[in-house]
Write a protein that binds this ligand. Structure first.
Ligand SMILES: *Cc1c(COP(=O)(O)O)cnc(C)c1O
Length: 490
């Protein structure tokens, strides 16, 4: 039998996961600005210790640093404005509401000078409740209903991003019947797919979103994108603002964004010339990556902005066109790192596992096994579906105290009836983590609360915003009554 040495990596751990030099230290890019350990060793946000948050609001709980949200929103707006000032007078930044949306966040977005992206009638309802001007709101979606399109026109949205020719005709007809013009952008698929550390370029698109730019998509040998541009230009109910693309998510390198920008600018210039139209706007989507684990290295907004501006500047100069007004749509990169999830530890269990790739005893192996500790928390896949959905990696830290104990390879799991219910697949936690301790999982601001469910009739957690040293609920947690009140009875 061999036990893991205190400071050597467990053979069960993935290669990227190093044993932290200090288990109690916070790795900066994963945490919001005001999260620190206080003198008593407790994690605190805006000076409020996590025990206080637990006492007041319970666990699991999403804990958001409002100043950090505002700072990240401003960083995108300011750095893109600066990089594009001489190109198109600045950039419109649309916060992608699907990453996390409630009325408080809409207000912060508006106060920081950003706009709002929505992708359903329900998200439009939140925007309307928050009172943001329709002119500052965009609507996305590959299958918008007539009801959603009418709602968009009722709210006088600044843009409807159209995903298909049939939708273009539908929104044009609806607007014309109302005696209005719908302000439309066309979502194109430029054949650029960005992954975390690289991108691939393909001629054809095999996905549900957008109009293909491949030349031979239609019977006439046109691209679907060109067919839609011509139809939009001809439809009396449509005001064609320009083009849109969104190449993926959790992207670190700016190359993919730059290539997509270049492809869309070339197409925009060709269409303006051929169809004698003007398309004054170009939206380059979102997808900027954040740190979920200590090995993720997100780029500052300013660096991405500079790289994208350089390509837009040179491509427009080469084409001899005036640059359209540029817009972008970051979601995750604004809200993701503002928030951690606070959980209470319950059941603990340690298993012994053969190292990957080794023979086990019955195969004639030498029976060397290694410990993995399962740390169960009071939430799970219902408040963070990303590990299950995308194999996403997260990190975790003991939050209610510091510990001098040795690191132990751990797996943080939820309380659902599902063995795949993993919150953090691999993390080193102090050996003495015990029931009643609080754990914090950083980077849960985006696509966690938004994707939450009531699986096993768990109540969805509330979201607390901390600002100027005080904490308030911006979304309350569900109660048992919430869980039962749609059940109509026998
Ligand atoms: C999801 C989405 C975004 C935001 O993506 P992030 O990865 O959160 O930045 C932006 N635009 C569109 C069209 C999207 O679907």
């Amino acid at each position: 039998m061999s036990v893991q040495d205190t400071n050597t990596a467990s053979p069960l751990a993935p290669e990227w996961l190093a044993v932290p030099a200090d288990l109690n230290a916070l790795t900066p890019p994963m945490w919001a600005g005001s999260v620190q350990r206080n003198d008593a060793g407790s994690l605190a946000v805006g000076g409020i210790p996590v025990q206080e948050l637990k006492e007041q609001f319970g666990t699991p709980l999403f804990v958001m640093d409002e100043a950090d949200f505002r700072a990240r929103a401003r960083a995108f707006k300011d750095s893109f404005d600066a990089a594009f000032a001489d190109i198109c007078g600045g950039v419109d930044v649309y916060y992608a509401g699907k990453s996390f949306l409630c009325t408080a966040v809409v207000k912060w977005v508006e106060e920081e000078g950003l706009r709002l992206d929505t992708s359903s009638g329900g998200e439009l309802a939140v925007a309307a409740r928050a009172g943001i001007a329709g002119e500052r709101v965009a609507l996305h979606g590959n299958n918008k209903s007539d009801g959603e399109l009418n709602r968009a026109l009722d709210m006088r949205l600044g843009r409807i991003v159209v995903d298909s020719l049939s939708e273009l005709v539908r929104v044009g007809d609806i607007a014309q019947a109302r005696g209005e013009h719908a302000k439309v952008m066309l979502r194109l698929t430029p054949g650029v797919h960005a992954h975390t550390h690289e991108f691939i370029a393909t001629a054809h698109e095999d996905q549900k979103f957008g109009l293909s730019m491949a030349a031979d998509t239609t019977d006439q040998g046109l691209s679907a994108a060109e067919e839609a541009v011509a139809a939009a230009a001809a439809h009396p109910g449509i005001e064609l603002l320009g083009l849109h693309c969104h190449i993926g998510s959790q992207i670190f390198e700016p190359d993919g964004f730059a290539l997509a920008a270049e492809k869309l600018l070339r197409f925009l210039a060709a269409m303006q010339e051929k169809h004698l139209i003007s398309m004054p706007e170009l939206d380059l989507g979102g997808g900027y990556g954040i740190a979920y684990t200590p090995v993720d290295t997100p780029r500052p907004a300013a660096e991405i902005a500079e790289a994208m501006a350089a390509v837009v500047r040179s491509t427009c100069a080469e084409l001899g066109i005036k640059s359209p007004r540029i817009s972008i749509e970051p979601g995750r990169a604004i809200v993701g790192s503002t928030t951690f999830t606070l959980y209470e530890v319950g059941t603990l269990k340690t298993v012994r596992v053969d190292a990957p790739g080794t023979l086990n005893a019955s195969d004639g192996g030498n029976n060397v096994t290694y410990p993995r500790r399962y740390v169960s928390v009071d939430g799970g896949m219902s408040d963070n579906a990303r590990p299950v959905l995308y194999d996403a990696d997260y990190s975790a830290i003991l939050a209610s105290r510091t510990s001098p104990a040795a690191p132990q390879l751990s797996r943080v799991v939820g309380k659902h009836c599902e063995s795949g219910d993993i919150v953090v697949r691999d993390v080193y936690l102090p050996e003495d983590v015990a029931a009643g301790d609080l754990l914090a999982v950083p980077g849960t601001g985006a696509y966690c609360w938004a994707l939450s469910s009531n699986y096993n009739y768990l109540a969805r957690p509330g979201v607390v915003a901390v600002r100027d040293g005080s904490a308030r609920l911006i979304v309350r947690g569900e109660t048992e009554e919430d869980l039962l009140n749609r059940d109509m009875g026998a």
